[in-house]
Design a protein around this ligand. Sequence first.
Ligand SMILES: Nc1ncnc2c1ncn2[C@@H]1O[C@H](COP(=O)(O)OP(=O)(O)OP(=O)(O)O)[C@@H](O)[C@H]1O
Length: 423
Amino acid sequence: MSENPKDTAVTLPAQSDGATLTKDAAPGETLLKVTGLQKHFPIKKGLLQRQVGAVHAVDGIDFEVRAGETLGVVGESGCGKSTMGRLITRLLEPTGGKVEFEGKDITHLGVSGMRPLRRDVQMIFQDPYSSLNPRHTIGTIVGAPFRLQGVEPEGGIKKEVQRLLSVVGLNPEHYNRYPHEFSGGQRQRIGIARALALNPKLVVADEPVSALDVSIQAQVVNLLDDLQQELGLTYVIIAHDLSVVRHVSDRIAVMYLGKIVELADRESLYRAPMHPYTKALMSAVPIPDPRRKNAKSERILLKGDVPSPISPPSGCRFHTRCWKATQICKTTEPKLVELKPGQQVACHHPENFEDQAPQDTVLLTIAKEAAELVADEVLAESAETSAAVAAEVAEIEAEAAAEEPAEAAPAAESGNPETAGEK
Ligand SMILES: Nc1ncnc2c1ncn2[C@@H]1O[C@H](COP(=O)(O)OP(=O)(O)OP(=O)(O)O)[C@@H](O)[C@H]1O
């Protein structure tokens, strides 16, 4: 069986059902919009199962997914990525906020209301070993969505399933085999075939390759990429580090403890990350660059684990691990704002940009400890770039100020009665 997706010609799925094939949102238009999305899992204790607290897994996030794009979502384990994925596919009921798909509010749709959406939005799961029922043949597994939705493809389910298997680079003759007869990469291809069966508009892939050997990861990522080109799919790809999403994403959202801390197009994020957490995540991804062969390690080591989402830190949630944290970070939550076109960030002291709270200069003790884990080069570079941006902004402001009196002068000359007599 070929593991190479390039060996397989990708063809559009047969038109089995007109309703599933309508691509309503034109490329670039908003397909999915999320506003203030929250999921708090209650913590219950005792015989009476009283609620004693809540896990703030997703705690008020806003973003949109545009038709035809790939949005990568990254963050450490436990930051709420999977919960977010399950919320937008409506496998979980949100605690608060709104989810809109093609302009329609789907936040609290019931089973029947969700039926058409189940075709349009599909999920690929992390573990290809546990997400496939070992007692079913792959023909049954990939054909299940047709049976569940009561869809009869042209030429029958078997023919369509075999076609889907070949689309994802599997041998259609292996229709009657069981999951254990396939390798990890092949099983993930089965999961992908199942997700594509009903010709969805949005595919949410939760850590689609993290359970696979590194050598197989690139093949599966390439397959997803090829399928997107051929079928015009829209993806949300969830991963715990940037190495998986960096090549395939158009935009990347960085999550930390239930919040989005930075959301930017891929180029901007890689060229000049603005949130210190993004910078730390990026420093953990080895970049093969011969020019940097002899350079000292610039790795940023984050102190400790992610704090508990049961009682997240006050203010900026990253302040307990950030080397730039000052008092304002502890007390005031920074909003996610667009500081540069196409780059939103939630930080009082962003990297590669003018300080948003320049008056607040005294580092927290915790930040001084965190700074010890950050390479000197990184600290120096950070200070340098922020100073450069600040100087640039000051220059622009000075230029604007110099232009202003010239424009204002005629009005003052002609119209100010107090000064008129002094002439
Ligand atoms: N059903 C649940 N009940 C209670 N807590 C939950 C539930 N599902 C997730 N959580 C908690 O919510 C938080 C976010 O979990 P989630 O799985 O979304 O994070 P993640 O970023 O996807 O991490 P990972 O990569 O490890 O899956 C974690 O603290 C997790 O323990």
